[in-house]
Design a protein around this ligand. Structure first.
Ligand code: SF4
Length: 299
């Protein structure tokens, strides 16, 4: 057997090592190696054809015999618990007053470019006075999956891109663990300018900025929206309930499936919650038709 070190570069070894560490954090400790080629697995119908999906095939670039994760997270080692019925959005107590978005109709012919042009060098709320760069959003304009976070942090404010700091690196790992790449999904925030000292955006800032988020979602028309953290979830769902009361449940937002989970920044402070988020992401994978490995033994 040829040692892995002779077959792959140091860069790829590091990437594999980082990926395996991430899976271990998620509670996945069993891996198998599929010796068949990607082409063979496509022929056998075990992988979606790249031509029929927006998503890239989640493979490493060198060789095809690298270990892939088997989805055997820690919770599978306990007795299965019947899932509670999925609540409807209407079952969540909504904030008094009209919804931010109920009067927003989809704008015919809208596009991300037009939305960005309409946003301009925005001064509509007080966040403009301390920002360096507007963080509009990034990713596939036709993504089936949209992640919505709270607002930019310092790294994002400096680069003008969402989720590029430590929390962003973790989100990237989460996306890759799903078998996707960042360019396959779309990532944006409720507010597009950084609240100073990383405070939460205030109500007037959210209500001023979030209509642009609505237009982004309507334009992209994803199959699934994943809210990262309480601010995104409460904004889209217009609820005062704590996220822990509906995290991981399928809800509906403007005719689309929505699921709220913890923000990656929370996971950095509370790593054990990663396994809960992984459960949520596996639900998303199932809806999107992404391959969810069942526990296979190593070969
Ligand atoms: S947060 Fe949104 S509404 Fe406020 S200044 Fe920035 S882009 Fe404009």
């Amino acid at each position: 057997m040829i040692p892995m070190a002779e077959r792959i570069s140091e860069t790829l070894q590091k990437k594999v090592s980082d990926r395996l560490s991430f899976y271990q954090d998620l509670g996945i400790d069993l891996f198998y190696r599929d010796r068949r080629s990607v082409a063979t697995r496509h022929r056998e119908g075990q992988l979606e054809s790249p031509a029929t999906t927006h998503f890239s095939t989640p493979e490493f670039q060198e060789g095809e015999t690298l270990p892939k994760p088997a989805a055997k997270p820690a919770w599978q080692k306990t007795a299965p618990v019947a899932p509670p019925p999925s609540p409807k959005i209407a079952s969540l107590p909504v904030v008094a007053g009209p919804s931010l978005f109920e009067s927003m109709d989809k704008i015919a012919g809208d596009s991300l470019l037009k939305i960005r042009e309409d946003l301009g060098e925005c001064t509509r709320c007080k966040l403009h006075s301390t920002r360096h760069k507007i963080v509009f959003g990034d990713g596939n304009p036709k993504a089936q999956l949209v992640f919505v976070g709270e607002g930019p942090g310092a790294d994002e404010d400096a680069q003008g891109l969402p989720f590029v700091g430590r929390a962003g690196k973790l989100l990237t790992q989460m996306i890759e663990a799903m078998g996707l790449q960042r360019k396959d999904v779309y990532i944006c925030n409720v507010v597009k300018c950084r609240p100073s000292e990383n405070r939460q955006p205030e109500e007037d800032e959210v209500s001023t900025c979030s209509p642009f988020l609505m237009r982004q979602i309507d334009t992209i028309a994803p199959k699934v929206i994943v809210c990262l953290g309480a601010v995104a979830a409460k904004t889209l769902l217009q609820t005062n309930r704590g996220i822990s009361q509906f995290r991981g449940e399928w809800l509906e937002f403007r005719g689309r499936k929505l699921l709220a989970t913890y923000h990656p920044a929370y996971l950095l402070r509370n790593p054990p919650a990663k396994s809960e988020v992984w459960k949520d992401l596996q639900k998303v994978m199932a809806v999107l038709g992404l391959e969810v490995k069942k526990g296979k033994s190593a070969s």
